[in-house]
Design a protein around this ligand. Structure first.
Ligand code: IMP
Ligand code: MG
Length: 181
């Protein structure tokens, strides 16, 4: 469907799936005997959430948040508006925040501050991708899939103009795609 738009594949479906299994293994080990509340940041995290959860061997519940960050189309400002809040109280819960990608980290930094104020027992972060060169906020990502260079990528939940989220791999787009819209 989108084959002609792809410039190069950064992470293959196999690489991504192997990493997700590995992360789920680590999480299952660390949370043994406890119940995890997976909090997904919409929309990008929904694919990782689904794959990750199916490999977890500890009990877990799902909740989601949707945020919009003020700023230009490609740069977040760290000022975040909550479009959809959690359905449930997280006080005393073991929360695992699931993200698709951490770019500047400003969105995540805001979310962590906000969620910490609700007094969860613990809160950790799981992100498939991280762009370390871009990182502006001081955050610890305990469960990280891959560090990638500062390029715009799509697939595995990540979009450009709401497209390409369904791709099972992580890829860059041909420049023409940005020009024609
Ligand atoms: P941050 O606040 O700069 O860390 O922004 C993170 C958010 O920006 C992610 O949740 C994505 O929605 C978006 N984003 C950052 N980099 C990319 C990318 O390479 N492809 C698609 N979306 C991205
Ligand atoms: Mg996006």
């Amino acid at each position: 469907m989108y084959e002609d738009d792809i410039e190069s594949v950064l992470l293959s479906e196999e690489q991504v799936q192997e990493k997700v299994r590995e992360l789920a293994g680590q999480i299952s080990k660390d949370y043994r005997g406890r119940e995890v509340l997976l909090v997904g940041v919409l929309k990008g995290a929904f694919i990782l959430m689904a794959d990750l959860a199916r490999h977890l061997t500890v009990p877990h519940e799902f909740d989601f948040m949707a945020v919009s960050s003020y700023g230009s189309a490609t740069q977040s400002s760290g000022v975040v508006r909550i479009l959809k809040d959690l359905d449930r109280n997280i006080q005393g819960r073991d929360v695992l925040l699931v993200e698709d990608i951490i770019d500047s980290g400003l969105t995540l930094s805001y979310l962590l501050k906000n969620l910490r104020s609700r007094r969860p027992a613990t809160i950790e972060v799981c992100s498939l991708l991280c762009k370390p060169e871009q990182l502006k906020a001081d955050i610890e990502v305990k469960y990280k899939g891959f560090d990638i260079p500062s390029v715009f990528v799509v697939g595995y939940g990540l979009d450009y103009a709401e497209r390409y989220r369904n791709l099972p791999f992580v890829a860059t787009l041909r420049p023409e795609v940005y020009r024609t819209g």
